[in-house]
Design a protein. Structure first.
Length: 548
C-alpha cells in the first residue's frame, strides 16, 4: 500500500502532520532575520528562481494523490498542506507560476490546470490581480470546464466535494470582482479601457451562465433531485455522466452558483426558480459541504426577503443560524473558512433582525436570545422607523450587486456608475420599508385594547379617519405572506399571517385579537440547563489545571 512518506524520501515524514518539516533542512525560512532576508533575496531574484525542496515534495505528493484518485490524501493536501505552506511561505507573495513547477510533476496537464486554479485563487485572496492575471485565470477556468464538459465519456478525475464547491464559488467570485473592476470607470486609464473594449468575451456573463447550465445539463442533476424527492432511485435518470460524483456534485453546486448569480443581478424569482428541485428540509449528501449549505441559505433567505416573503426568509435564516451555532467548533480549526462563515453569520443575523422588525413573529429561543444580546440597539432603532438604520443594515448584509452587462465605453459614464446596481436594490428595499413605517406604531396601540373605535385610534395617530383606514388596510395586506408549504417548490405556497396582532373592523369599531404564541418555557429551561452544564465543565477543567 502506498504511503505518503514514499513521496518524501529525503524528509522526516510526520504521520500526524505531514507538512511539519524542519526549515533549516532546505534553506527555507528559519526565523533568523538575516538568513531569511538572504533566502528571500535569492528566491525573488529574477533569473535564479529557487523552488524550496519542501514545495517540490508537496507538489509531487499532491500530483500523485490526484493521479491515484486517493480522495483522502487529496483532501488532506488541499485543506491542510496547501494552506499551511501558503501561510508559511507565501503569505506575502504568490505561489510559483505553473511554468516553474511543471518539470517537477512531469508536465501533468490536468494537475497544472488544478494548480493554476489554486494559484490564481491565492492571488485574488491576498493581492490585487492584474488585468493579465484576471484574463489568465478566466482562460484556465475555460480549460478546466472544457475538459469536463466536452468529454465524450466521464473524465477520470476525483476531487473532494469541498474543492469542487470552492471551484464553482471562486469562479463566480472572480466574475463578480471583474464586473466590479469594469464598472469603476473613474479609476480607469485610457489603455485599460482600450484593453477592456478589445476583450469583451473575458468574464462575460453569458459565458459564465453557459458553463453553469452546461454542468447542470451534463449531470442531469435536476432529474436526480426530482427522483430523490419522490423517494425513487436516482441512478436510472442520472445518465452516464450523472452517476459520477465529479459531474453530480459540480451539477449540484452549479445550481447554487446560478442562485447566487441571479441574486447578484437582482432577479430573485429566477434565483429561486433554478433551485426549486432542492429540498432544504431534508438532510442529504449534497448538504455535507457546510460552506455551500450556508451560502445557499443566505441567498435563498435574501431572495425571500426582497420578494416580501418574510416568514420564509425568517424560517430560512433561523434554521441556518442554528446550524452554524451547532457546528461552529468544527470550523475554528479551518481559518480560511472560519472568517467567511463568521461574516455570513453576522450578515444573516442582521437580515433576520430586518425581517423580524417588518414582520414580527416567534422564532427559536436560542436565535432570539442572541438577537437580543447582539442586535438590540439596531432592532430598537428600526422599530422606531429609523430609515438610516435600515439603510446601513441593508448595506452591510446585502450581496454586492452587479450589472449584467459591461459598460458602454463609447459614452461618458458617471464616476459613481459602479454604485447603480446597489442603489437600485436599496431604493426598492427602502420603498417597502417606508410603506410599512406606521405599521409598528399601529401594532403597539392595538396591543393595548381588545376593541377600539376607529376615531380614537385616528386621534392617537394624529390623522384623519379616512387616512387611518388606508394604513389599517396596508397593515392587513403587509401581514399576509405567501408561505412555503410542504410538497411544493420554494416559489409556491399559500397566503398566511403570523402576526402577533390581528383585527377586523365592524362599522366604526376595531376588534383586536391577540394571536401571540405563548413562550415555550420547556425549551428555555433546557437551553439554560445546557449552558449551566457547559460552565460547570469549564470550571472543573480550570480547577483541575490549577491543582496540577
Amino acid at each position: 500500500m502506498w504511503h505518503a512518506s514514499e513521496v518524501y524520501p529525503d524528509t522526516e515524514y510526520d504521520q500526524q502532520n505531514p507538512y511539519a518539516y524542519q526549515a533549516g533542512d532546505y534553506g527555507m525560512h528559519t526565523g533568523d532575520p538575516h538568513q531569511d532576508l538572504e533566502y528571500d533575496r535569492q528566491y525573488m531574484q529574477k533569473g535564479s528562481f529557487i523552488l524550496p525542496e519542501v514545495i517540490k515534495s508537496f507538489l509531487v505528493y499532491f500530483q500523485k494523490s490526484i493521479h491515484d484518485q486517493d480522495v483522502f490524501e487529496i483532501q488532506n493536501a488541499y485543506e491542510n498542506g496547501f494552506n499551511k505552506l501558503t501561510e508559511r511561505f507565501f503569505s506575502n507573495s504568490p505561489w510559483p507560476e505553473a511554468e516553474d513547477v511543471a518539470k517537477y510533476i512531469q508536465n501533468d496537464g490536468v494537475f497544472l490546470i488544478l494548480y493554476k486554479e489554486l494559484y490564481y485563487r491565492h492571488i485574488y485572496a491576498k493581492f490585487t490581480p492584474t488585468f493579465n492575471q484576471r484574463i489568465e485565470s478566466f482562460q484556465n477556468y475555460c480549460h478546466l470546464f472544457n475538459l469536463i464538459i466536452d468529454a465524450k465519456h466521464p473524465v477520470s478525475l476525483v476531487l473532494p466535494n469541498q474543492w469542487l464547491w470552492d471551484i464553482i464559488d471562486e469562479f463566480i467570485y472572480q466574475y463578480q470582482t471583474f464586473s466590479q473592476f469594469c464598472s469603476k470607470v473613474s479609476k480607469k486609464k485610457d489603455e485599460e479601457i482600450e484593453m477592456l473594449r478589445n476583450n469583451p468575451s473575458i468574464w462575460n456573463v453569458h459565458q459564465v451562465l453557459n458553463v453553469l447550465h452546461a454542468l447542470v445539463e451534463k449531470s442531469n442533476i435536476n432529474q436526480q433531485l426530482d427522483a430523490l424527492v419522490n423517494g425513487e432511485n436516482a441512478d436510472p435518470v442520472a445518465g452516464e455522466f450523472g452517476k459520477h460524483d465529479l459531474y453530480k456534485m459540480l451539477g449540484y453546486f452549479s445550481l447554487v452558483g446560478l442562485l447566487r448569480l441571479h441574486s447578484l443581478h437582482g432577479d430573485y424569482y429566477l434565483a429561486l426558480k433554478v433551485i426549486e428541485k432542492i429540498n432544504f428540509n431534508r438532510k442529504s449528501s449534497y448538504s455535507r459541504v457546510s460552506t455551500c449549505h450556508i451560502t445557499t441559505c443566505y441567498y435563498v433567505g435574501f431572495a425571500y426577503m426582497m420578494m416580501r416573503r418574510y416568514q420564509d426568509a425568517i424560517r430560512t435564516f433561523t434554521n441556518i443560524l442554528l446550524f452554524i451555532q451547532k457546528t461552529k467548533q468544527h470550523f475554528q480549526s479551518k481559518t480560511y473558512l472560519y472568517d467567511q462563515i463568521n461574516k455570513q453569520n453576522d450578515q444573516m443575523f442582521t437580515l433576520l433582525a430586518i425581517c423580524l422588525t417588518l414582520h414580527p413573529m416567534s422564532i427559536d429561543e436560542t436565535v432570539s436570545s442572541h438577537l437580543r444580546e447582539k442586535f438590540a440597539e439596531k432592532i430598537s432603532k428600526m422599530q422606531k422607523g429609523d430609515l438610516q438604520e435600515f439603510e446601513s443594515s441593508f448595506q452591510f448584509a446585502c450581496p454586492k450587486f452587479l450589472f449584467p452587462h459591461a459598460p458602454n465605453w463609447d459614452i461618458p459614464l458617471h464616476p459613481n456608475y459602479y454604485k447603480e446596481p446597489h442603489n437600485q436594490q436599496l431604493s426598492v428595499f427602502l420603498r417597502e420599508v417606508v410603506s410599512q413605517q406606521l405599521i409598528s406604531t399601529i401594532r403597539s396601540f392595538l396591543k393595548l385594547y381588545t376593541t377600539m373605535p376607529v376615531s380614537k385610534l385616528a386621534n392617537f395617530m394624529d390623522m384623519k379617519e379616512s387616512e387611518l383606514m388606508s394604513h389599517l388596510m396596508c397593515f392587513k395586506h403587509k401581514m399576509q405572506n405567501l408561505v412555503w408549504t410542504k410538497g411544493v417548490s420554494g416559489l409556491e405556497g399559500e397566503f398566511q399571517s403570523a402576526s402577533e396582532v390581528d383585527f377586523y373592523i365592524d362599522k366604526d369599531m376595531i376588534h383586536i385579537a391577540d394571536t401571540k404564541v405563548e413562550r415555550r418555557y420547556g425549551d428555555f429551561f433546557i437551553m439554560n440547563i445546557q449552558k449551566f452544564q457547559e460552565l460547570t465543565q469549564q470550571l472543573r477543567k480550570h480547577t483541575n489545571n490549577a491543582a496540577r
